[in-house]
Design a protein around this ligand. Structure first.
Ligand code: ATP
Ligand code: MG
Length: 235
């Protein structure tokens, strides 16, 4: 049997964490969850299971994919907004990036007034720094909105010195960001009997932060200074 069709196993803590963040978003305390892990660790599968467990009659849910060679600025975010609103976002001529972000934010805010929004964005390690900067802006204001953004990121990417990487670190450090780091499952079937505690509930924020720093091959000193990350988890 193909691995793709195996039952979902070994990630109940991570799934509960996502569901909890969704409930918080519906209560007007939105934010972002960063899901990191090696290729094949199960990031997409976790997202698919989370999506499948959402009540799509009551929520607006959109899944968008970052591409290795993005064809236009902000593409994954604009794709998600198109899916949520049923039409491509209207972005008028803007004199600055700040103004463009404000236009996009207004559209998200309007949608979030009607229903809780859940934006699932795959493979942000491929997103350009423009898309990541927009995500940072969106996540920063999600704290008081009915919006949950969940993004996946492959361990070790993007390059440590890239602007995209630096934006990703800032995204990780926002107080309304929580971070799930998926260990590779040795085998999804044997994982069913694993006693390994889930990262979402079994580790403190600073332990997760340290693991993040390791996961993306970035020294803790450069990431967070001499102390661990100080952002507070919203769980
Ligand atoms: N918890 C799980 N239970 C059962 N099968 C799983 C689980 N997690 C992942 N798998 C299976 O393992 C394979 C790889 O998972 P997935 O595609 O989610 O990895 P990924 O982390 O998204 O990798 P990439 O970085 O390449 O996108 C898939 O066939 C998936 O169905
Ligand atoms: Mg994937």
């Amino acid at each position: 049997m193909s691995v793709a069709f195996r039952s979902f196993l070994g990630r109940s803590g991570e799934l509960s964490h996502l569901l909890q963040r969704r409930r918080e978003a519906s209560a007007g305390r939105g934010g972002l969850v960063l899901v990191s892990g090696d290729a094949g660790a199960g990031k997409s599968r976790l997202l698919a299971e989370f999506r499948g467990s959402l009540d799509s009659a009551r929520l607006h849910v959109a899944v968008a994919q970052c591409s290795e060679s993005p064809d236009r600025p902000y593409s994954a975010v604009l794709d998600a907004i198109s899916l949520l609103s049923g039409a491509p976002p209207v972005i008028g001529p803007a004199s600055s990036r700040i103004e463009q972000f404000a236009q996009i934010q207004r559209q998200i805010r309007t949608l979030a007034r009607r229903r809780t929004l859940v934006m699932l964005i795959e493979d942000v390690h491929w997103a350009g720094s423009d898309t990541l900067a927009l995500l940072e802006t969106i996540a920063s204001s999600a704290r008081l909105m009915r919006l949950l953004v969940v993004v996946t990121q492959r361990t070790g990417e993007p390059e440590e010195d890239s602007p995209a990487f630096k934006t990703l670190v800032r995204l990780h450090r926002l107080p309304q960001t929580t971070h799930l780091i998926l260990d590779r499952l040795s085998d999804p079937v044997t994982a069913s009997s694993s006693t390994r505690p889930p990262m979402a509930s079994g580790a403190t924020r600073s332990e997760r932060s340290c693991a993040f720093a390791r996961a993306i091959r970035f020294s803790l000193k450069s990431c967070c200074g001499p102390r661990p990350c100080t952002g507070e988890a919203t769980q």
